[in-house]
Design a protein around this ligand. Structure first.
Ligand code: FAD
Length: 199
């Protein structure tokens, strides 16, 4: 960690297979997976604490409320990681997805969106916008985003990521192979024409 002094920070770890820079949750998860497979891992963190943007703090003195700076919803943590790393955590759902404060004519108001948008969300839209038009448009948009996120999520968490990675790695080889096949065919045809015209 950074506060361990310049001299120590400059000392490169020697007994290690992999060095991970940054002890945010991605760095820690990667390190945990690697360690489980017997790899010697060193994680470097510039701050005096680990966790990156997923660290919670009590920003209001005297108020017993823990706020996370960014990963406040833990919404992107796949259950497969919880299972693989045998994490002892319980994730709980909450009824409210978001509440966006709004000032209207100097008076505080807000848009409430439930996790499963229903009558309270509709009523909140109606009160703020004066009709159901925005609510319907938002519901349609939200539905599309949800479907896209579900498809992308299952694709990236499953074999899709491997296929995508393989395609990225293999695509130059595929292009070369196709170019070679078509190039050699064209060459053969040119040669045949040349021999025929010479004969
Ligand atoms: C506004 C906002 C809202 C978000 N809301 C959510 C949410 O609700 N739910 C959710 O799941 N995700 C949310 N995210 C995304 C989430 O915060 C990030 O995806 C996540 O923190 C990325 O983790 P990480 O480990 O890659 O990086 P970070 O958490 O950023 O950690 C990086 C670590 O590397 C360290 N570091 C950096 N440079 C060096 C260096 N040179 N040497 C040593 N250490 C270094 C840093 O100090 C830090 O500890 C949000 C992000 C933002 C910006």
């Amino acid at each position: 960690m950074a506060d361990s002094g310049d001299e120590q920070a400059r000392t490169a770890p020697t007994n290690t297979d992999v060095v991970i820079v940054g002890a945010g949750h991605n760095g820690l998860v990667a390190a945990a997976y690697l360690a489980r497979y017997g790899t010697k891992v060193t994680v470097l963190e510039r701050l005096d604490h680990i966790g990156g943007a997923a660290v919670s703090e009590r920003p209001f003195p005297g108020v017993d409320a823990n706020l996370s700076r960014y990963s406040y919803l833990v919404s992107l943590l796949p259950y497969a990681i919880v299972r693989d790393l045998e994490l002892d955590i319980e994730l709980r759902s909450r009824p409210v997805a978001s509440y966006t404060p709004v000032l209207r004519s100097g008076k505080p108001d807000g848009l409430l969106v439930e996790r499963r948008p229903g009558p309270r969300t509709a009523e909140s839209f109606r009160r703020l916008t004066g009709s159901d038009r925005e609510w319907r448009a938002w519901k349609e948009f939200y539905g599309r985003i949800e479907r896209a996120a579900r498809d992308a999520g299952s694709f990236l968490a499953g074999a899709g990521a491997v296929v995508l990675f393989a395609l990225i790695v293999l695509s130059p080889l595929i292009v070369l192979a196709v170019a070679w096949i078509f190039g050699s065919r064209a060459y053969r045809r040119r040669e045949e024409r040349r021999l025929l015209s010479a004969a």
